[in-house]
Design a binder for this molecule. Structure first.
Ligand code: SF4
Length: 209
């Protein structure tokens, strides 16, 4: 009986992981910082432009995830948890275990803001997609950085969100002339609305993961 309960508890703590890798944070306030990325599978939204693989993943225990992070981080002190929508899986127990690796580790999450977040996150990147998914409702009202793809998202829609930093990121497509236009429009918007700041995907410029 005890064994069965223990096995069930173990399974309850398993998380579907799409990938774990070490790179540089490419976007936003923490751009350029050595970071381990923990990408979790699955999302509660279904944006028409989504290019994230929602289904692929391996069930891993929190212990396995933490061990993997420690084995590849080479001293990196930023762990970026992303998805999909990572709040579907995230519990404080995993965040506590990651923090226990190193007192200087900071945990950042990238979320669409439609679900509450557990305690223990040091930096919240809110990237809302509610404009693109009918029925999606934001529940987060504050964050460390608010990040929007532009053009596409209407920045004025999020003036009520309390954010330490507001970033506009030019929407990237497979068409170079469109990308140049998106960049120019983003630059013009930021020039006219200085509360916003330009974010570039430097990992793509550098051609790294
Ligand atoms: S919120 Fe992000 S991961 Fe989820 S469907 Fe939209 S673009 Fe994809």
């Amino acid at each position: 009986m005890y064994r069965k309960v223990k096995a069930t508890l173990h399974l309850m703590n398993e998380i579907k992981v799409n990938e774990i890798f070490h790179s540089l944070q490419g976007e936003g306030y923490n751009a350029g910082i050595s970071a381990v990325f923990l990408r979790l599978s699955g999302c509660n939204l279904n944006c028409p432009f989504c290019d994230t693989d929602h289904e692929e993943g391996e069930m891993m225990s929190e212990e396995q995830i933490v061990a993997r992070i420690e084995s590849i981080r080479r001293g990196a002190q930023l762990v970026v948890i992303t998805g999909g929508e990572p709040s579907l899986w995230l519990k404080s127990s995993l965040l506590d275990a990651i923090h226990a690796l190193d007192p200087d580790i900071r945990i950042s999450i990238e979320t669409n803001g439609t679900r509450p977040l557990p305690e223990g996150i040091d930096f919240v990147t809110l990237s809302p997609k509610d404009q693109f998914c009918s029925g999606a409702q934001l529940v987060l009202e504050s964050c460390d950085e608010l990040k929007l793809l532009y053009p596409g998202a209407d920045p004025s829609r999020y003036s009520h969100i309390r954010a330490k930093h507001r970033f506009l990121q030019p929407c990237a497509t497979n068409d170079m002339p469109t990308n140049r236009e998106n960049m120019a429009r983003t630059v013009e918007y930021v020039k006219e609305h200085p509360q916003w700041r330009l974010s570039l995907q430097i990992h793509k410029i550098l051609d790294i993961r």
